[in-house]
Design a protein around this ligand. Sequence first.
Ligand SMILES: [Zn+2]
Length: 326
Amino acid sequence: MTIGFERGAIYRPPFTWEGGPTLGPDEDAFTMAVGAIEALPGRSEPPLTPRVHLVGDFPTLLEWALPEYLGRPVEISRHAGGAPGLLSALQEAASAEGDLPYLVLAVDLGGPQGPRAAALEFGPNPAPHPPEWTSVIGIEGAAALAGDVLTRAGAVPKRVGPEAGPPWAVDRAASFSQTPAAQVSEGAYVPRARYLENLSSRWRLEADRCGACEHSTFPRRGACRYCGRSDRLSTTTLPRDGARVVAATVLAKGGQPTEFDPQVEALGPYGVVLAELVPGVRLTLQVSDARPGEVRIGDSVGTRLRRLYPMEGEWRYGRKAVPMRA
Ligand SMILES: [Zn+2]
């Protein structure tokens, strides 16, 4: 089997600060990598490869969070950032794994072109014009390198972020701290076990599809919510984009669940919507990449994995609604 570059995508946060691109207040290397994976062209499913090479400064929580997001165990190799790290990842993959598919996730948090992440999938169905690896040596920045590789491969990356609409200004000074607080107030405590419960539904939008009555149950709970049967269930993934807003509100100070206190302190009120993903499946989502009140009933929204709140020294993540601008 020959392994080659199959597809790739670059994700850039849609935020600006003082005229330049910047990380959004609820974004980090993990959410950007997920953004790149979900922007991969072609198939709607994330890559199935069990081998992932991380290039750049990814938080340690990816050791468990990435398998959780992908929905299966993965072998993770870490590499330094920039072009040297990317080359080392490619060399290691080619020599150690030979004919096995793999995924490269590269992140560049503060390059001259702003923060961005790239997802590059290598597998048995290579793109018709493979990248010329020898020509990329010496280019600074893994994401820049990835972009160059993609261009050479003739695979125009699907970009999400600024192209999706006007850049959304964020005041970095008012952003969340990059280091989550270890202590939270008693009332704000969300047990880790509860957070990990149903993560496949909340991160990947997995639902139980009932073969008896054709309804979808979300979040998954092992039995059909409509007919009660548990013997005809199969796993289905709800669409990430195109949900219809059926209710919208803005939570101001005092109205938020206590785990969101630090966010409201730092950033002020935020929007919340009830969105219908498919007929009969509605989900309450915090709104991101938009001003409070900007997303209204009838709007179409996408869902993105973002930071929710810090808890026990770690950021917790979930899907939020983002406007789908024409
Ligand atoms: Zn049913």
